[in-house]
Design a protein. Structure first.
Length: 133
């Protein structure tokens, strides 16, 4: 079942429950390859849900694998970009969440990874504007 879900090429039936469960499977897996594949798939879903942002944040802050941390940051940014296209209020919430993680992390790797995903100062300025700062 796990591999069936991970090997699907399209995801029209995916919702938060499916993607959240895939991330839970990843978090509880001792198989690093499975975990990477599960997180990769989760970052590419069109599901927009703040609970996913929280799960990506936990991975970013706590996982020992740098690649998974980068994927989690990518997932956070994807949530932000999807919010811009779909839900105005969620854009502000996601921008505030991203900035909170960025500004308040004591882990230099978290900040560096988010810097890498943002790309430049313009993106940080855009986040601040959308967050209402």
């Amino acid at each position: 079942m796990n591999m069936y879900i991970l090997n699907k090429s399209t995801m029209p039936e995916y919702d938060y429950e499916v993607v959240g469960n895939i991330l839970n499977l990843a978090n509880n897996s001792s198989d690093e390859k499975f975990k990477i594949q599960a997180v990769e798939l989760s970052t590419q879903t069109p599901v927009l849900d703040y609970r996913l942002a929280e799960q990506f944040t936990n991975l970013l802050e706590q996982d020992s694998n740098d690649y998974i941390r980068r994927l989690a940051a990518q997932g956070l940014m994807a949530q932000y970009y999807q919010a811009q296209n779909k839900q105005g209020g969620y854009t502000k919430q996601m921008a505030q969440h991203l900035l909170s993680v960025y500004d308040n992390s004591s882990d230099n790797t978290v900040r560096a990874t988010l810097d890498e995903m943002m790309g430049n100062q313009d993106m940080l300025d855009e986040l601040r504007k959308n967050a209402g700062y």
